[in-house]
Design a protein around this ligand. Structure first.
Ligand code: GUN
Length: 281
């Protein structure tokens, strides 16, 4: 069993981004800029946004966070996005999800200029991803693909089971895997027999937010298991969606939580924002 070390891989990506930022500054006088819009006071969202801002600072980006109360109206959020769309110093716009219930998330995401959609959630970018055209791709699934690449894991013809069908993770993950010639099964909350699908898979990618959902008897011997879940238990421990201790001995590769996919998500946000800034240049 080999651990896939997302933490050190993410550090390498960040180092490369920092070097390219320096070059952009020197050669084109351009500083990549990221605008984050955070609504409400969900502690997890605040923690994620703080990590994103810190990472931006570390690689030399300009970043601003619009910290808005959850009483904000949909039109006011749209106004902020339009301001950022028109701001020449901003290359990436990220609206932290989830948004409060009175806000129509789909509507908000559609207002973001697709050229600044570093989260890859705009239907324009989603459509381009599905058709295998160059696009901004959602950061978490993109980070998983980088992990496969870094560990020379060949996806062609592999049976991959994606557990969870969200717009943020499961659906773009499935598209990327399909584009890489894997045979993809997507399971979700209404799947009749989850184990029937996971136990046949060469690779399992799970991101649903249910601690310990994937148990040893659901995993084939020698499988590769990618755990996207980040769950905080009552005792404060951070765990994934995989019962790590019992599953790990059966795997050829497995990602830990923390230190697996999480750091890669932030690294890909930086990488997408740099990509946008280079397109501006
Ligand atoms: N909420 C959970 N994951 C994400 C993400 O990748 N991007 C944004 N904007 N919100 C999230």
């Amino acid at each position: 069993m080999q651990l896939i070390d997302g933490k050190s891989l993410a550090a390498k990506v960040q180092q490369n981004v920092a070097e390219e930022v320096e070059q952009l500054k020197q050669e084109k006088n351009i500083v990549p800029g990221l605008a984050v819009i955070l609504v409400g006071d969900d502690p997890a969202s605040h923690a994620y946004v703080k990590m994103k801002a810190k990472a931006c600072e570390k690689v030399g980006f300009y970043s601003i966070t619009h910290n808005m109360p959850d009483t904000i109206s949909q039109d006011e959020i749209i106004e902020i996005i339009e301001m950022m769309n028109n701001n020449p110093h901003i290359d990436g716009i990220l609206v932290q999800l989830p948004l409060p219930k009175h806000i129509d998330t789909d509507k908000i995401l559609e207002v973001i200029d697709p050229r600044k959609d570093v989260d890859g959630f705009h239907p324009y970018n989603v459509g381009r991803l599905v058709t295998k055209l160059d696009s901004f791709v959602a950061c978490t699934p993109l980070g998983v693909m980088k992990m496969f690449e870094a560990y020379d894991i060949d996806l062609k013809g592999k049976d991959v089971c994606v557990v969870g069908a969200s717009n943020i993770v499961g659906k773009p993950m499935a598209s990327l895997l399909l584009n890489a010639d894997a045979t993809v099964t997507v399971t979700h909350i209404h799947t009749k027999d989850l184990s029937a699908h996971t136990s046949k898979a060469d690779i399992i990618v799970v991101g649903v937010g249910v601690p310990g959902l994937i148990k040893a008897d659901m995993v084939k011997e020698g499988a590769i298991v990618i755990d996207i879940g980040i769950n905080k238990l009552d005792d404060g421990r951070l765990v994934g969606d995989v019962a790590f201790d019992e599953v790990a001995p059966k795997c050829s590769y497995i990602t830990p939580v923390p230190g697996g996919v999480g750091p890669m998500t932030i690294a890909m946000l930086l990488s997408n924002t740099l990509k946008s800034a280079k397109q501006r240049a």
